[in-house]
Design a protein around this ligand. Structure first.
Ligand code: HSE
Length: 430
């Protein structure tokens, strides 16, 4: 790469604007470390006049991002719009075809089109880097691609969404409602731009799991049907009951190879309060890999927000400036294979079940008989009466059972006049 490097940023939301400011501030430092002089020659966003955290140079502003390529030879493009398709995909495609290196924190784009875009980058002999797409400031992708390069990884899991981890922690610590905490998370720039639903329903963490699987297992990005659940159904009550039981709710992403099959999932888990993962709180993410011969490795850090995300974006920039074209997924696209899916029905866990019932004779035995019919063994049971309303909460912790068995067992409670709501189910992390 030549000594003067032209950079463009597309998307000036919380991430893009912070990055823009960092690039200007760190220009000298970047030159000292790489010998390259970067120049931000174009920026683009929907709205030129929007009030932003940092001032922008309006002379280099483009309303139409595609026009940038007509006016400049861009060496490195940052895409920080954040959509899986539309302008995000089109602009990245155009850049790669123009032999422009691309850096993006956009996990939705990579999880959906990463295989195709990696091939395009390889064909055009440019880099496509996406360190910031997984776990914000934690350098997990480069660790897997480089630091752990010769290990056989069998499992990668952890807390991959800062917004939900922050919400669960704040609810527990401050006794605050879900909605109030979500607003705070949005203000801090943790939640996905415009659509926090993608954080709350597990989609964001799931996209990250897909990317981690592909890198860890040298595989194509899977399109398997998986169990994906978010935290929308977790109530303050569950957090409090879990606390009494020495447990804590965490949204975990898990990807592992079981008998040669790929199992990927995101769902809330009850973890031991004294465990390592049980103490990763607030916006912190943690990614744990298990591999041979390295054993277990843990990386922890801030998983969301403009600061940590920009840290990863700049690490991608420096990697490109230092030279060499690298395979986006660590190995050539031709060598990456699809791995067959593990059957989700056979996923096995102990379960936390919370029933809201009428406090009447026979209701408890209705529940335990139903569990017995499906050979689900009860480990622990706690009933809390609500005398005034003649209701009760029954919490049951079961021994291990399969996903399909639990599903079939619980169906009956969809329509039962004494079971007031379909039971809340939270899996315990083994
Ligand atoms: N919205 C994401 C999170 C940050 O809360 O973790 C970017 O991945």
């Amino acid at each position: 790469m030549k000594n003067k490097v032209n950079v463009a940023i597309i998307g000036l939301g919380q991430i893009g604007i912070y990055l823009y400011n960092e690039l200007i501030k760190k220009k000298k430092d970047i030159e000292k470390k790489t010998g390259k002089k970067i120049q931000v020659v174009a920026i683009s966003a929907k709205n030129k006049k929007k009030k932003r955290r940092f001032k922008i140079d309006k002379k280099i502003f483009y309303s139409n991002p595609f026009k940038i390529f007509k006016d400049h030879k861009i060496d490195i493009l940052f895409e920080s719009i954040g959509l899986s398709d539309g302008v995000s995909k089109k602009v990245v495609e155009l850049a790669l075809r123009n032999k422009t290196n691309v850096i993006t924190p956009n996990k939705a784009l990579i999880a959906k089109h990463g295989d195709y875009l990696a091939k395009l980058a390889e064909k055009n002999k440019v880099n496509l880097e996406f360190e910031a797409s997984v776990a914000g400031g934690i350098p997990i992708l480069r660790t897997i691609k480089e630091g752990l390069a010769t290990n056989k990884i069998s499992k990668v899991y952890g807390i991959l969404n800062g917004t939900t981890n922050y919400i669960l922690s704040e609810m527990e610590n401050n006794n605050e409602t879900f909605d109030k905490v979500l607003q705070k998370a949005q203000k801090l720039g943790y939640a996905e731009p415009g659509n926090p639903k993608l954080d709350l329903n597990g989609f964001d963490a799931f996209a990250k799991i897909r990317i981690l699987s592909a890198l860890s297992f040298n595989a194509k990005i899977s399109k398997n049907k998986c169990i994906m659940e978010g935290i929308e159904n977790i109530k303050l009550e569950d957090i409090k009951i879990a606390n009494q039981l020495g447990l804590r709710v965490k949204l975990l992403g898990i990807s592992k190879i079981i008998n040669g099959r790929l199992f990927e999932t995101v769902h809330p888990c009850l973890v031991n309060k004294n465990s390592y993962i049980g103490n990763v709180n607030g916006v912190m993410n943690a990614v744990i890999t298990e591999g041979k011969p390295v054993g277990e490795s843990v990386l922890q850090g801030e998983g969301a927000g403009p600061g940590p995300t920009s840290s990863s974006l700049l690490s991608d920039l420096l990697s490109i400036l230092r030279g060499n074209i690298k395979y986006p997924f660590g190995i050539s696209s031709i060598k990456r294979k699809s791995i067959k899916a593990f059957n989700n029905d056979n996923y096995t866990n102990s379960l936390y079940l919370r029933f809201e019932v009428n406090d009447k004779q026979g209701v408890l035995s209705l529940i335990t008989n139903r569990l017995a019919k499906y050979k689900i063994s009860v480990k622990r049971i706690i009933q809390t009466p609500d005398k005034k309303n003649k209701k009760a909460t029954i919490v049951i912790i079961t021994h291990k059972t399969t996903e399909i068995n639990a599903k079939n067992c619980l169906t009956i409670f969809k329509k039962n006049k004494n079971v007031l709501k379909f039971p809340t189910l939270i899996r315990l992390y083994n």
